[in-house]
Each structure stands twice: as structure tokens, then as C-alpha cells.
Design a protein around this ligand. Structure first.
Ligand SMILES: NC(=O)c1ccc[n+]([C@@H]2O[C@H](COP(=O)([O-])OP(=O)(O)OC[C@H]3O[C@@H](n4cnc5c(N)ncnc54)[C@H](O)[C@@H]3O)[C@@H](O)[C@H]2O)c1
Length: 230
């Protein structure tokens, strides 16, 4: 029987595809205030600004292509049952061919209704642009399908179940600062082999049972594959 391998990815996973991380030098939060663009209050106050911020992110995602780390993760399905749990809102894991991808913080290619009780209805966005005039079939304005700061993370329980059943857990490109998502890495079972791939993993707290591979995502994935397939 194939072992279960879970990849838990963050912004660093897509850095080699040209999509900026949030916290690195030159990252997005140096250019924007979280409160202005990534909270429900911001969207209520200035929907045009927030919609445009995510339009720019979506444009960048559409123009980007999966990097070799995304492709290597998809290729592991030959040897393992692979589940990807990602904090990323881009769709590069899917476009690389991964068949099981759970987005904790949403998917920028989708919109959702801002109306009441419509949380789980998603609408694909044609192209890169959503406008403040776009409405759901019930007439409520559409907003990007992104979990903003201060909002619930609806996929958290599903992600916890996936990680609790992992034989191998590979954490890639996340500074483990955004909770509750970051807490998931503590749920791996005792016999699970845990790895973290991140060039800066000495700069944040990683559980002591994790093996550190201090490298970029693609180089780190190559090293990991050598270790787990030997
Ligand atoms: N691509 C995206 O969808 C995207 C981009 C930026 C931010 N975000 C969101 O921002 C939040 C920020 O948390 P986070 O922990 O994911 O990001 P983060 O910016 O806090 O941390 C990024 C981590 O990636 C590492 N890193 C940088 N370049 C790397 C590379 N080439 N290979 C491997 N690792 C690399 C950094 O050392 C850092 O630890 C997440 O919730 C995510 O939803 C998403």
C-alpha cells in the first residue's frame, strides 16, 4: 500500500514562479498595510481598492507558471498518496498536476458572494479582473475567494484530518506565522517523518522533530525525493 505524503506549502513555494512572499524583504506587506487590503473591514470601506489589489495578484498568478518544486510534488503521486494543503491562494499546485489540493486561505481564481449564508458558493472568475459591480445570482457583490485576516478558516478541520493521517509531512516555504494554519504542523502523528524545506528555517520556530532542508523549494524537493525514495 502506498504511504501518505502530505505537503504543507506557503508563499515560498511559489517564489521561484515569480510570485512574491509576504514577509521576506521586498515582500508584499512592505508595500501594503494588511488593514487596507486584507480584512473584511477594508473591503467594506473601500471595495475598489481591495478588488484592485486582488486583481493585480490574480493577473500575476495567471501569468506565472508552476516551478519545478510544484512539478516534483505532482510527480510524487507515482510513489505516494499525496495530499497538498496550501496556504497559497494561487493555483500552481493544480496546474502542476497535483490531484488533491486543499486551499486553507482561498483560491484567487474564484469569487464568492458577500451575501449572508453564501459562504460555500464559489464562482470562477473569467480572466484576471473582478469589478466592484460584479454580483452573484442573488444580487450580492462578489468578493475574491480569499480568507482575510480576522476571518474563519473553513477548511481547517479537513486539513487537520489529512495531516493527522500523514506518514510523511513536508512543510515548504512558510514562515509559520499565520495562525491557525501554522498550528497544523503540530498535528502530525508520532511516527510521521517530518521535513521543513525553507532557506530561512533557522529564523522561525520549527517543532524539534522536523528535519530541516535549508534550500529553495525546488532544490529542497530534489533533496527530499532522494532521501525518501532511497
Ligand atoms: N503564492 C501565494 O498564493 C501567496 C503569496 C504571498 C502570500 N500568500 C499568503 O500569505 C500568507 C503568508 O504566510 P506564509 O508563511 O505562506 O508566507 P511568508 O511570506 O510568511 O513566508 C514565506 C517563507 O518562504 C520562505 N521562502 C522564500 N523564498 C523561498 C523559496 N524560493 N523556496 C522556499 N522557501 C522560500 C521564506 O524564508 C519564508 O519563511 C499565507 O497565508 C498565504 O496565504 C500567498
Amino acid at each position: 500500500m502506498k504511504k501518505k505524503l502530505v505537503v504543507f506549502s506557503g508563499a515560498g513555494m511559489s517564489a521561484e514562479s515569480g510570485i512574491g512572499t509576504f514577509r521576506d524583504a521586498g515582500g508584499l506587506w512592505e508595500q501594503y498595510n494588511i488593514e487596507d487590503v486584507a480584512t473584511p473591514e477594508a473591503w467594506k470601506k473601500n471595495p475598489d481598492l481591495v478588488t484592485d489589489f486582488y486583481n493585480q495578484r490574480r493577473k500575476q498568478v495567471i501569468e506565472a507558471v508552476p516551478n519545478s518544486a510544484h512539478l516534483l510534488i505532482a510527480s510524487l503521486e507515482k510513489y505516494f498518496v499525496v495530499h497538498v494543503v496550501t496556504q497559497n491562494i494561487d493555483d500552481l499546485h493544480e496546474r502542476a498536476g497535483s490531484s488533491s489540493v486543499l486551499h486553507l486561505h482561498g483560491n484567487i481564481r474564484l469569487a464568492k458572494s458577500s451575501g449572508p449564508n453564501q459562504e460555500d458558493r464559489y464562482y470562477p472568475i473569467e480572466g484576471w479582473e473582478l469589478t466592484a459591480n460584479d454580483k452573484c445570482p442573488d444580487g450580492f457583490p462578489l468578493r475574491p475567494h480569499v480568507v482575510w485576516f480576522g476571518e474563519q478558516v473553513p477548511a481547517l478541520n479537513d486539513a487537520a484530518k489529512i495531516i493527522q493521517e500523514a506518514d510523511i509531512l513536508v512543510v515548504v516555504g512558510t514562515s509559520l506565522q499565520v495562525y491557525p494554519a501554522a498550528g497544523l504542523v503540530h498535528l502530525a502523528p508520532g511516527n510521521c517523518k517530518c521535513y521543513v524545506i525553507d532557506p530561512n528555517s533557522d529564523e522561525f520556530e520549527v517543532p524539534s522533530n522536523f528535519i530541516k532542508i535549508k534550500a529553495n523549494a525546488s532544490e529542497g524537493m530534489r533533496e527530499l525525493i532522494q532521501r525518501i525514495t532511497d
